[in-house]
Write a new protein. Structure first.
Length: 370
């Protein structure tokens, strides 16, 4: 891959103790900041339990963010399809497609929080089947080629059609998320749509998770269904924190990371860390394995290149926006990435670099002639 674009992924997850309404306003402010910095995409997640995830409807958040931004593409990251009637998902998606004037991407997935499934009375063993059934119907509805009739054990459609059609001739962009299981990648391959992968290591000692295996699953499924996926469409989400040095980056994120580990991830089965020193050691290991990227501009550039090389290439890096650092170091990290890291990958330096080298060459020639 020659070019990597940059976006952001906002779960969002905020530690307990902050006014939840103010955290929503801060997330909207973040969307504006990312737009001004030139980030290409912002994906927003859906959560319903555990207290940390404060956005239950990413569509409502995106509708508000669209009014505050001008350029950035906004996507659901993701709508958990088993939780919703597919007709409603498709209808809301096309409305957002028009409200944003084509800046919306419908990202979908099966859901990953067991307590969300519990409170909705959904059997976790059925979520993948439901996701596949819903996505098939959503694609038919959005295509608008005819009425859709379908009956399953959890939804029905009778001669269903949507009022709206996609905002542009290219249609409504869609994406499928994937973490550890190959299900999401195989579903993306089946329909030839964008895969969105999380670089979370599935087992101790792994580097950047099983991203290589994830892509292989997507390619195999695409071939089986007559599609060909382009790595340029592949989104990979990783936590990135840019600072003046690796040591300073660790100082800025270690306390917040420790809260995540002991207060949120512990709910999902992660063992706690018992001291700041232990947390720093674990973070160092994550950075070395490239499942987290933190350090100076040059260190982050090197780490991103490593991930790009090890995966075989992807088209867009989504920065996981975490409350690991305080507000100002977080904003500074995003700015440093946009100003100094992204240009090393997105081609924006090519013109000025070529001009400088051309001018330097002429200056040397003029000096030699004199």
């Amino acid at each position: 891959m020659e070019r990597i674009g940059f976006g952001a992924f906002l779960s969002p997850l905020h530690p307990l103790g902050e006014n939840p309404a103010l955290s929503l306003w801060r997330d909207l402010e973040l969307a504006e900041w990312l737009d001004r910095l030139g980030y290409e995409e912002l994906w927003v997640g859906e959560h319903h339990s555990a207290g940390w995830g404060t956005i239950g409807s990413p569509e409502l958040f995106i509708a508000t963010a669209a009014e505050r931004t001008r350029h950035i593409r906004l996507g659901t990251g993701v709508v958990s399809l088993p939780y919703h009637h597919p007709y409603m998902v498709a209808s809301r998606a096309l409305q957002l497609d028009h409200l944003t004037r084509g800046r919306f991407t419908l990202g979908v997935g099966a859901g990953s929080i067991l307590t969300d499934m519990h409170l909705l009375g959904i059997d976790p063993a059925q979520t993948r089947r439901r996701t596949a059934e819903a996505l098939e119907v959503i694609r038919e509805l959005v295509a608008g080629e005819g009425p859709v009739t379908r009956e399953t054990d959890w939804f029905q459609l009778r001669d269903a059609r949507l009022h709206l059609r996609p905002c542009t001739p290219a249609g409504l962009p869609m994406a499928v998320s994937s973490a550890v299981s190959p299900f999401g990648m195989r579903l993306a391959g089946q329909y030839g749509i964008t895969p969105l992968s999380f670089g979370v290591p599935p087992k101790p000692g792994s580097r950047i998770g099983d991203l290589v295996g994830q892509w292989q699953h997507a390619e195999e499924s695409a071939a089986e269904h007559g599609h060909k996926l382009d790595r340029a469409d592949w989104r990979v989400a990783l936590t990135v924190h840019v600072s003046d040095s690796r040591a300073q980056a660790l100082d800025e994120i270690v306390d917040g990371w420790m809260r995540y580990r002991n207060e949120y991830w512990s709910l999902l089965g992660a063992p706690p860390v018992h001291s700041r020193a232990e947390a720093r050691t674990v973070l160092e290991e994550l950075i070395d394995r490239r499942s987290t990227i933190a350090g100076s501009v040059d260190e982050c550039v090197e780490a991103i290149r490593d991930v790009q090389q090890e995966t075989g290439g992807f088209g867009r890096l989504l920065v996981n926006v975490q409350d690991w650092a305080e507000r100002e170091p977080t904003r500074r990290s995003l700015e440093l990435l946009a100003r100094f890291v992204a240009p090393r990958f997105d081609g924006s330096l090519r013109g000025v670099t070529d001009s400088y080298e051309w001018t330097a060459g002429l200056a040397r020639a003029f000096a030699a002639a004199e």
